[in-house]
Structures are given as structure tokens and as C-alpha cells.
Design a protein around this ligand. Sequence first.
Ligand code: MRU
Length: 354
Amino acid sequence: MRYKPEELTRLPRSVEYERGKVVMIDQRLLPGEFKTVELTTVDGVAEAIVTMRVRGAPAIGATAAFGLALYADTSKAKTKEEFINGFYVAYEGLKNTRPTAINLFWALNRIKDLVEEHFEDPLEEVKRLIVAEAKRIADEDVEANLRMGHYGAEVLPEGNVLTHCNAGSLATVQLGTVGAVLRVMHRDGTLKLLWVDETRPVLQGARLSAWEYHYDGIPLKLITDNMAGFVMQQGKVDAVIVGADRIVANGDFANKIGTYSLAVLAREHGIPFFTVAPLSTVDMSLKSGKEIPIEERRPGEILTCGGCKIAPDVDVYNPAFDVTPHKYLTGIITDQGVVWPPFERNLRKLFRRE
Ligand code: MRU
């Protein structure tokens, strides 16, 4: 790898584990306030995921893993049986937070499988294994992002890039998926300008992406979501890159609502369209994007903006994600290299090789 994480960002990790507490940047307060919160209960960690103090598929996965580490370090269970029962309660509580990003289930299951493999070990050893595995998940996320950053920068054209939502450092443990690609391009001098979609209804583009890329000195312009088509028509976009919450076996993928519209627009204007995600975001058990569960969030996110009421109390439909059919994708940038069409065959090959 040509760059180390500290050469690509000034941002600290978005979530960390210290014995007995999960420490995270409170993303609900950005861009107004940069503040970390310390969570000392598993319920508090689950609540932080539901209310999006922490969000972004890989960050949610790492946070949930830290939630289980927190359980291991704070459990008062006197017997192994009692500990294991409590472990499953913590696991279920964390699992029932957000349904679309597969990284949540991937991280939780990785720790559950480890616990089940070590059922016979002494209790203290099981606790130690849980904490170590959670930390490993977080460390591996940063390493995976670094690799994606370098792979992505090889294939993105030089020029202006448009992104949607936040798949940056804040959405992962550090660097980001899309964020890593943009940061490597910026270091290489191949990223001329970043177009950032504001990303209604929760404004992850305006509040988080604009904040973190500006913080790292990346030249950017913020636009509202409905401006993307016009900017493309004016010839001001050379590539679109977005993150993913779940990529399925045929290459269809779920990402923040609005991604699908961008993909169609990019195709119309002949602009390459990439998604960037680690293999932990790929769900080979689902054949097509139609099977991905799509989270619906509360109406208040649409009826208000920045705490102000912007619509009467009418009925609202608020899907948090949409599904982009693989036919719109130029390539999938993963931590194991770039996957090109035909996606079904090439994803299968990648998983066989693992
Ligand atoms: O609802 P969010 O903010 O969790 O949605 C985030 C996204 O859709 C990201 O693009 C995705 O999780 C990839 S993050 C590297």
C-alpha cells in the first residue's frame, strides 16, 4: 500500500472500545459539534445504532461487535450458563436495530460462531475471546478500507467525482470505503473536485460527507439531490462512487435512498458508476436485490428538516435505502480487488478463492 491511514486522514476512529465502554463520535451532532460519547450498556449501544448516533454499514458492524465486548466485560453472570444466556439476549438486542446493512449481522455472527466454538472453554477465556474478536473486526475494517482506497484509485478516471450519502470515515471505523478511494485520489492529485449530494431526508451528505472531506482538505461542492442530473448534463461529473449496505450474489445492491436515481442518470450520461464495499457487505445467500429487506424510518425525518417542520402532517413513505440493479454498475471495488461484469460469476469466483 502506498499510503498509511494517517497519511490519508486527520480524523480519529469513529468508534472504539475501551474496557467497559464503547466510545463513538456522536454523528447526530455534526457538523455543529464534534463530540464523543461513552456508552456503558448494551442497550445504550443498540439505541445509538437505531437513532443513528453511529451509522454506515461497516461502522454499525464494528459498533455491534463492541456491544458484545461490552457485555463480556460488564456481565455479572456467576456461571457460564448464565453468561451465555445473557450473551444471546445482547446479541438479539443488537441484531434488531437496523435491517438492511448486512455488516451488522456479519459482525454479530462472527462473534456468536466463535462463542459457540469455545463453549467448553473457561468463562474468562470466552470473555477474552469476545473482546479480542471485536477489536479485530474494527482493525480489519481499517485495513480493508486502505486496500479499497488503493484499488479504487487505480480504476477511477482523473477528474470530478460525485458521491451520495456518507460512505466516508464516519461510516466505517476509519477512512471510509468511498472515503478511502477519494482520499487516495486526493493524495495522488487525480481528484479535481468532489460533488457531494446533500442526501435527504437525514442529510448524511451535507452534514457528514461535506464536513469530513472538507476537514481533510478535499475540494468539494455541495449540491441538493435534485441537482445531480443537471450537473451531469453539464459535463461536470467524470465518475460516481457510492457505498453499499448489502450487495447480493448477482451484483444488485442496496444503498442510501437516491442511489438508484443516480445510477440511472449516470447511465444516461455515459458516466462510470462504481460501488465500494468490503466483502463483509456481500450477502451471497440472496440471489437478487428484490430480496433485500429495506428499512422504513419514521415520518418525522421527512416532515421536518434541521428540527423545523417543513410539511403538514400528511402520510409519509420513508424507505431509508433503495436497490440498484447490477446492470447500472461499472464495477464493484472490494478489499480483494475490483469485480467487473459479469458480476454473478466474478463474485462467486472471489468467494471461492477466499
Ligand atoms: O442510513 P445510513 O446513514 O446508515 O446509510 C449509510 C449508507 O447508505 C452508506 O452509503 C453505506 O452504509 C455504506 S457506508 C461505507
